[in-house]
Design a protein around this ligand. Structure first.
Ligand code: CA
Length: 409
């Protein structure tokens, strides 16, 4: 799998501590979009060159879909033109002494978005069912609101970091049972959540709801997302207002934003909702995206193993419904806001998107190739989430988001 001409995702890179620039990637070569702009390839699109020399994609996204799609289309034209920008060209200055291509291994990739607000949903029925079965009542796993509301909470934007940035095991209040007193400790139940992040590409004014059938116009694209979770801290703190310190210590995002336009060939019908939803959530054409998602766990000194195989299409609530619900009260979304999907679990046991579910609350440990086992993560463990879509010879790769757990301070 690699980044094909069909993809053309957007990201932010730098080389040798120089100023950050916008980039795309093709066949594992990073393309400097400021250099492409300097060579005049975007001149007729009437975009200021400085837009391509920024720390984040936000100003580029703010140009609007007409311009950003034109840039993507232009890149597809020139990158498939072997006379000019062939990705097969050696990594030497191309023309006018301007370097356009860099080996992906030679550059630093950065958080692509200046994230204003971050919302996390809870939109996979299997995930919500699994958690409900473990924590509440197996016979009534879903709470009464779940099939009527795309349940979500406001998370923290400041602690979202790009792939490759690691974090120290968080500490907090833990209380194993309601009849004891809490202790202060490093978490003993550090977990992952396999998610996708929607990057908002359009502002809506305060007081103006977004129609569910127009909601995808507000989506710039998607990244892979790991919503790190401390289950023991979560268990004690989440009543009655929901997750707080169990979630906001760190979240990880992949560096390349894949546009919603690149995913057109991978639309699939979303499951029919029963009971019927309220009119503001009713879609004329309910669709999800068929994107294979994989999670790998690698201990510090031995080889890793795939622990989960899921798919973005396992969503009961679509991205359009999430946006419509988020704004139905007049809440204003801004360019660069992140809306995470919630843990994406499928029906099969190996498609569960968290260790909480994969080990069923820590009762069924996972076996690793070196003979050791895991219920929750140990220090030195590295988690890699990968994502890709493939159909009729078209491949859209999301790359990966990789993070290592460091010991508590
Ligand atoms: Ca989550």
């Amino acid at each position: 799998m690699s980044f094909s001409i069909h993809n053309i995702p957007f990201g932010i890179f730098s080389i040798k501590k120089q100023k950050k620039r916008l980039a795309t990637i093709i066949n594992n070569q990073v393309v400097d979009l400021y250099a492409v702009a300097e060579l005049g390839y975007f001149d007729d699109l009437k975009i200021k060159k400085s837009v391509f020399r920024q720390d984040f994609l936000n100003d580029f996204i703010a140009l609007g879909k007409e311009k950003t799609n034109a840039v993507r289309k232009r890149l597809q034209e020139i990158l498939s033109d072997t006379q000019n920008f062939s990705p097969l060209m050696p990594l030497t200055p191309s023309r006018s002494g301007v370097t356009v291509f860099y080996d992906a291994k030679a550059v630093d990739l950065h958080l692509p978005i200046k994230i204003g607000d971050y919302t996390d949903f809870y939109s996979s029925e299997q995930h919500a069912t699994n958690v409900g079965m473990m924590f509440r009542d197996p016979a009534n796993a879903l709470l009464s609101n779940w099939k009527h509301i795309p349940v979500g909470y406001h998370g923290r934007a400041s602690s979202i970091f790009v792939s490759g940035q690691n974090f120290h095991r968080p500490k907090g209040q833990i209380n194993a049972s309601d009849s004891t007193l809490p202790i202060f400790s490093a978490t003993k139940r550090l977990d992952i959540e396999l998610e996708m992040a929607t990057i908002i590409g359009k502002n809506n004014a305060i007081g103006h709801a977004i129609d569910v059938n127009e909601a995808e116009d507000s989506v710039f694209g998607f990244t892979l997302f790991n919503d790190w979770s401390a289950r023991d801290i979560q268990r004690w703190e989440y009543v009655p207002l929901g997750p707080f310190l169990a979630k906001n210590f760190f979240s990880s995002m992949s560096p390349w934003v894949v546009t919603i336009e690149a995913l057109e060939p991978f639309r699939v019908p979303a499951e029919v909702q029963n009971p019927e939803v309220l009119p503001y959530l009713k879609e004329k054409n309910r669709q999800n995206f068929d994107i294979t998602l994989e999670v790998f766990l690698k201990p510090e000194h031995t080889e890793g193993v795939k622990i989960c195989h899921s798919n973005f299409k396992n969503m009961y609530w679509t991205v359009a419904q999430q946006i419509a619900h988020h704004t139905v009260n007049g809440c204003n979304l801004n360019i660069g806001d992140v809306m995470a999907s919630g843990t994406i679990s499928g029906k099969e046991h190996d498609s569960f998107g968290s260790l909480l579910e994969l080990t069923w609350g820590g009762k069924k440990p996972i076996s690793l190739p070196d003979g050791s086992t895991r219920t929750f993560l140990e220090d030195g463990d590295t988690i890699t989430i990968k994502g890709f879509a493939e159909k009729n010879g078209i491949c859209i790769d999301f790359g990966e988001v990789q993070t290592t757990v460091l010991p508590a301070h």
